[in-house]
Structures are given as C-alpha cells and as structure tokens.
Design a protein around this ligand. Structure first.
Ligand code: SGN
Ligand code: CA
Length: 532
C-alpha cells in the first residue's frame, strides 16, 4: 500500500512539473517571407515603404541590423535554418537537388520534446516536412492566386490571395487544432514577395500609382567585378517585360520586344489563366491601362528611360506584395494579443534571404554583396527582450535553430554549427565574440548565372573568391565603400589586409569543415547531372 501511495505521489509530481513546464516554456512563431529585402521594411529604412506591423516587432523587441545568410538562395537557406548546418554539411547546396531527409531538423526536436508543431505556407522542398504535427504547404514555389496546398490528407486548392490564405490557415489552426496543454512551435511562411510579384487587388490599385526613389547604383557598370558583370539579373536586360512587368504579351509582340526567352510570356499567360472571372476583371482594370500607356511610350524610350520604367514597375508590384505581408503579420500579432499569448511567445520575423531592389541594376539575390547577403531579422519576446533594442552583431540564419532550442531549454545537438543568440537577446553583448561569418554559394550554372563563390565577412571587410570557370578575388572596405563598388583586392594599400584575411578565411573554412575537395565534389555533381 505504501508503495502505491509513493508511486501515486511521484507521478503527481511528474505530472505537475510537466504541466508547469508547458505553461512556462515559450511558444514560438517563426515568420519567414520569401525574398523580402530589408530595404523594404520601415524599421530598417522608410525610403520605399511603411511596414507598421512588422515594425512592431522591433519596437516591442530587438532589431538585428547585421543579420545575414550563409548561402543566398531559397531552399538552401531553409535547409540551413532547419538543420543549423552550413550547406556543404546538410547537403542542400542549391534549389536543384533534393534535401536529404536523414538530416535532423529543429522542428523534430521541438516535437520530440512535447511541443505541438505546425507549418503553413512555403517550404520549397519535400512534401512531408518531418517533425510537424500539421502542415499545409505550397508545392515548390506555389501560386499567388487560388493556391494549391499539400497537406497530411492530400492536396487542396484554396481560393483567394496567397498571403491572406496562409494567414487564414494559420489562425484556423489556432482556433481549431491547438492543444492548449502543450507549448507550440509554429512556422508561418509566406510565398510573397517572390518573383513574379503579383499583389492583391487592393494593393496593386494603390501601388501602381506610386513612384519610388531610385537606388544610387541603378546604372552600375560592374567595373573591377567580373562575376557581377556576367550575372543575368539586370532589370533592363534580364527582367521580362511580360511576366515580371505585367505587359500583356500581345503588346510586347506588337512592340517587337525580344525577351530573353518565351518563358516570360508563357508565365504571364499561366498566371492570368489561374484568375477567376472577377479576378481577371479587377486585374484588367489596372494593368490594361498600364500596357496601353507603355505601348505609346516605349518607342520614344532610350535604354536609360527603359531601365527607369522597369524599376518603377518592379517596385510597384514588389512593394504591393509586401503591403499584404505586413497587413497579415499584423493580423497574426493582433490574434496573439487577443488570446493573451503575446507575453510568452517568441516571434521571429525574417526572410530566406535579402534581395536586390535595383541596387547594382539588379533584381534577385545569390551574391555575397550586402542586399542579398543580409536578411531582415526582428525578434520579440516580452519576457526576455527589452523593447526597442537593437544589435549590429554579425548573426546568421545558421544560428536560428540553436537560438530557439536554447530559448526553450532544449538540448542542442553537438554537430550544429551556429551559436545561440540568447546572450544578445538578453542584452549581454560581452558574452558574444564572433568577429567573422562564412558564406558559400553554389548554384552555377543556373538561373541568373551567378558564379560559385565563398567568402568571409567582418564588420570592416568582405573577402570573396569566385571560382569554378572563373578565378577572381574581391575585397571590400565595408566602412569606406558601403555600396561595394570598389574592389580593393589588387590595391597595394590593402595588401596587408588581403594577406591577413586570406589566412583567416582558410581557417574559417577549416573550422566549418568546408574544403576544396567538397567544392570539387559539388562541381562534379553538376557534371554528372548534365547541368554543365
Ligand atoms: C525562380 C525565379 C528566379 C529565382 C529562382 C530561385 N524565376 O526560378 O528568378 O532566382 O526561382 O528563387 S520565376 O520568375 O520563375 O520565379 S528561390 O527564392 O526559390 O531561390
Ligand atoms: Ca527566396
């Protein structure tokens, strides 16, 4: 009898502990959008757009002004975030080859530790994310209008605009599927503002009327930067006037505009075909007159005029997409407030990488240059983070898994390669001693033709090696040359810096277990697959 009473008491203690744990362990809302440039968040800069809802996370939490990625492209970045390992170790070096599902991902660890886990929106790879109790994810890149979703119970199409729909699904999960006896780890992942930038009707009506300031480097000629000169990301030359700028294909044909391929017109037609009758009508009301005006103006445009026109069209649609993201982030934050969940929920806002908004004449990402290397990062956790704080430390998406595990008091696997950001979040900068980060991009040859490169970045300098079918080095003095227009690698004044940084870069590669053998292995992979 005594034994039974003892066992009963013990189980009572265990039960109340885990209940207590579940009440005190933080919830997590990990918000990530796709290709959201920090230049398009007003907490960073209000030159282009106001994003009051995303900014709330900075006002009520911490803004990281020097956050960056390890490999600036979608699926690889997501793999780094999930595994806490660099691309060369998790194996997902590019968007082409599949993700190795034997990798341990941080949602699995949360799941195993008793968290309720869910994922809604764009993952980009795989159709059965491990470690999540419930998911509704877009297949591949997904669609802006009337998107399809992959779910536990097969595929489903949801009518509406993707950013609104992903939020509806998320709030619906809170309302109907949440297990209140457990903490939750939710991944709320937007497709927007990915190319080809289709805003919601209320926002294209507004944004197509706006004019935006041009970046200082819109007409960059890439002097001293051979790899940059060879990339295919220039607004005038490589952005399609149909799919990207939404000029009806018959207008482009009448004007005799030669596109890089037929692809642009096909995509325009495919996207248009997805609209309902009402969506087509709304679209035509705004975009027909734009096409008509363009048809009149184009014959008089010189190259510079055409570049400027493309930049404006690009920004109108890109920023129109952001307006929906901001609005929907606001909806979710309000929901957390209403349900009394805000206090002990860590909310992270980030993007899978940064993006060029006309800087260097570009769109897209991939390069180690600032606009695509850096990524937005805002974190709110009222219990631990001082409102309105900021950090300019060099943190990476590589650190996210460890940070969240650490915040939840969970064990961190020894082979993860990042560092927990908890000391920074708690205002303890002295406990942070990273002075350089490592970067490695692989997807070449491929879309936009950005050469393979790796590099090291400190607060002062950036040293880069472009390799494979090119062998060039670049050095930037980040303080003197924030626009990264002057490659100082061959400047004798910097020879000491070059020598020191080259040695440090080799050391960094070694520490992260990257090597020339691995570089070659990944080149061979392309050879074998016939991609080159
Ligand atoms: C698509 C885009 C490219 C983009 C890649 C990768 N073209 O191919 O511009 O670089 O995706 O983007 S698109 O008009 O078809 O979208 S990523 O974010 O998935 O890495
Ligand atoms: Ca992306």
């Amino acid at each position: 009898m005594r034994k039974i009473v003892f066992l009963f008491l013990i189980s009572l203690v265990i039960l109340s502990c885990s209940k207590e744990d579940n009440l005190t362990r933080p919830n997590i809302v990990f918000i990530m959008s796709d290709d959201h440039a920090y230049q398009a968040i007003s907490a960073y800069s209000d030159r282009l757009i106001q994003t009051p809802h995303i900014d709330r996370l900075a006002h009520e939490g911490m803004l990281f002004t020097n956050a960056c990625v390890t490999n600036s492209i979608c699926a690889p970045s997501r793999a780094v975030i999930l595994t806490g390992k660099h691309s060369h170790l998790n194996g997902k070096i590019d968007n082409n080859f599949p993700f190795d599902t034997t990798n341990v991902t941080f949602p699995q660890l949360f799941h195993d530790a008793g968290y309720q886990t869910a994922m809604f929106g764009k993952l980009h790879f795989g159709n059965n994310p491990k470690g999540v109790d419930e998911f509704k994810i877009l297949p591949g890149q997904g669609d802006y209008y009337n998107p399809e979703f992959i779910t536990h119970n097969g595929d489903t199409t949801v009518m509406g605009y993707v950013t609104d729909v992903i939020t509806d699904l998320t709030i619906d999960w809170f309302e109907n599927s949440r297990d209140k006896s457990k903490p939750f780890m939710l991944m709320y992942l937007h497709k927007a503002p990915h190319r080809e930038w289709l805003p919601a009707p209320e926002h294209y009506r507004e944004y197509t009327k706006k004019t935006f300031p041009e970046p200082a480097t819109l007409f960059d000629e890439y002097e001293g930067r051979e790899a940059a000169a060879q990339a295919e990301m220039n607004l005038r030359k490589h952005m399609t006037v149909s799919a990207d700028n939404k000029i009806y294909p018959e207008v482009a044909d009448r004007l005799g505009i030669e596109e890089p391929s037929d692809w642009g017109k096909q995509v325009f037609n495919q996207k248009y075909a997805r609209f309902t009758k009402e969506q087509k009508k709304q679209w035509d009301e705004v975009y027909r007159p734009i096409s008509e005006a363009f048809e009149k103006a184009y014959p008089e445009m010189n190259d510079r005029d055409y570049m400027r026109w493309k930049y404006q069209r690009y920004m109108q649609d890109y920023l129109g997409c952001i307006a929906s993201v901001d609005e929907n982030v606001g909806r979710l934050l309000d929901y957390l407030d209403d349900k009394g969940l805000a206090e002990n929920t860590i909310v992270v806002y980030t993007s899978d990488q940064g993006f060029y908004l006309g800087e260097h004449g570009w769109f897209d990402k991939r390069f180690i240059y600032n606009e695509s290397f850096k990524t937005p990062l805002l974190v709110r956790w009222p219990k631990k983070i001082k409102p309105g704080s900021s950090s300019d430390e060099m943190v990476q998406n590589l650190d996210f898994a460890q940070t969240l595990l650490d915040a939840a008091g969970l064990e961190i696997p020894g082979d993860m390669q990042g560092t927990s950001l908890m000391p920074l979040l708690e205002g303890n900068e002295e406990a942070w001693n990273r002075d350089a980060v490592y970067y490695h991009y692989y997807e070449y040859p491929g879309f936009h033709m950005v050469k393979r490169h790796y590099g090291m970045v400190t607060k002062e300098y950036k040293l880069v090696h472009f390799y494979d079918d090119i062998d060039t080095w670049e050095l930037y003095d980040r303080k003197k040359d924030p626009l990264e227009l002057h490659n100082e690698y061959d400047n004798p004044e910097y020879s000491g810096v070059v020598e020191e940084l080259t040695a440090n870069l080799q050391e960094l590669r070694k520490n992260y277990k990257d090597s020339e053998e691995l570089d070659q292995k990944f080149i061979d992979r392309y050879q074998k697959a016939g991609i080159r």
